[in-house]
Ligand binder design. Sequence first.
Ligand code: ADP
Length: 165
Amino acid sequence: MNKGIAIYPGSFDPVTYGHLDLVQRGLKVFDRLVIAAVANPSKDPLFTLEERVEMLKEVTVHLKAVTVESFGGLLVDYMRRYPGAVVLRGLRAVSDFEYEFQMSLTNRELDDGLETIFMLPSLEYTYLRASLVKEVAHLGGDVSRFVPPQICRRLIERCRERRRA
Ligand code: ADP
């Protein structure tokens, strides 16, 4: 049975175990997953687009059904490259709901054919968000429980550079 393609968009600044949990879950439901890093996230990113894409590729290299891309502009325009694909998003807590609800209805307003599927992460990752991981790293805390080792190293390095700057 063909289970189709899902596009998983986000800032991934940087990728966390929460994102990876969602990728694993997505692969149970879809044949192919395209992780799409947003070129200009509203938040001022700690890592450049190229770095975020590179890190995503590194941590998903063993997953043959996953590809990593990036896009700028509207998600609905990018989605036209993948006719029939759905958008995958994560819902961590009620706090995510309102934003995700508004965004998916707005996207549907822009393109009536666009469907969004929400998945819940493991309970242990429901509190995990990249912005908090960055804050902990910035303050010198241990983030090894939140991100894969190679991301952890890059975070420490980038925070050190920022402190020196
Ligand atoms: P954040 O900066 O808040 O971590 P992103 O823009 O990188 O968010 O998130 C991309 C998508 O991944 C969003 O749908 C977000 O809800 C989801 N996501 C992020 N962290 C988690 C997590 N810990 N568990 C489940 N989904 C998550």
